[in-house]
Write a protein of this length. Structure first.
Length: 302
């Protein structure tokens, strides 16, 4: 009975997400999928593919490349695009820096994560996207718990958490004025466990970063970070070789790694069931202030 319940539960979540994706196709003229190479954006892409199969995926994938990505993420992205015969659009943070649109941070904790906002908004404007579909979930972080499924953004790409539209009886209002756009989050009602159980059920191929692997890392403020050439170490920080995996995937500079022995999807599910650390507990960008995520979202972040 437990197995039947799980399958029914995931089917309901899948049906809701597919309904939302088809609503996007109906209500908007030029949608895109925000693709980070993380598990949530992969699941959203898979759901979109499934929603419109056997037709070609109707939405291009938009990836904001910080220039500080894991190479495994980029390799997976390119393989997936080829497999789905999808259109890929890449916005470059390095280009935004070179053009003077943003200023690169300096110091030991420097990150390009926040800089993505300008690149994202510029790319949305360049390609005239009227909606960007993302993989954010309400259980991830307190600011995202405030988000509607159809999230209105003003002409400056900004989000106002105090001025959101009601979503009663699964009625979604995509009306917007000139210059405005929407972010839509089809898996808002999913949990981290739901995502991994769905990946397991559908046997979706995942980036190798999510599974335990050997990597050179160093510890900072209680977090393990990847020791890659652009990471500036403090004199007291030492590189060690450890067995780790990613629980979330983002810009290398702020993506904490988890000590792990999870080599399979079943191992990952068991590990998540036992942990008491939140999914984004290893994200350094969320620890810059109590309202770090909300501040970024108000400015136009994912």
């Amino acid at each position: 009975m437990g197995q039947d319940y799980k399958i029914t539960h995931l089917k309901e979540l899948e049906s809701e997400a597919i309904y939302i994706l088809r609503e996007v196709a109906e209500q908007f003229q030029n949608p895109c999928i925000l693709f980070s190479g993380g598990k949530d954006s992969i699941v959203v892409t898979y759901l979109a593919y499934k929603a419109f199969y056997p037709s070609k995926l109707p939405f291009p994938l938009l990836h904001i490349d910080t220039g500080h990505n894991f190479q495994e993420t980029l390799d997976y992205r390119d393989e997936l695009v080829k497999k789905l015969n999808a259109r890929l659009i890449v916005g470059s943070v390095q280009q935004s820096i070179d053009e003077g649109r943003v200023k690169e941070e300096t110091g030991y904790s420097a990150s390009r994560n926040k800089l993505q906002t300008v690149t994202l908004l510029d790319t949305i404007e360049k390609y005239k996207f009227d909606v960007a579909i993302g993989g954010a979930r309400r259980d991830e972080e307190k600011a995202r718990a405030k988000e509607r499924i159809f999230s209105h953004r003003d002409e400056f790409g900004q989000w106002n958490p105090k001025n959101q539209r009601p979503e009663l009886w699964n009625l979604f209002n995509g009306h917007k004025n000139e210059g405005e756009h929407f972010r839509v989050f089809p898996i808002s009602n999913w949990t981290e466990m739901d995502v991994w159980q769905y990946i397991y059920q559908e046997q979706i191929a995942m980036p190798s970063l999510y599974f335990t692997h050997t990597r050179d890392v160093f510890q900072r403020d209680g977090q393990w970070l990847a020791a890659l050439p652009f990471m500036k170490l403090k004199p007291t920080e030492k590189v060690e070789t450890r067995q780790v995996r990613c629980r979330t995937i983002g810009d290398v500079t702020c993506t904490g790694l988890t000590l792990s022995t999870a080599h399979t999807l079943e191992d990952i599910i068991d590990e998540i069931a036992a942990t008491r650390i939140t999914e984004r507990g290893g994200r350094a960008d969320d620890k810059r202030s109590e309202t770090a995520m909300e501040d970024r979202k108000k400015a136009g972040y994912f």
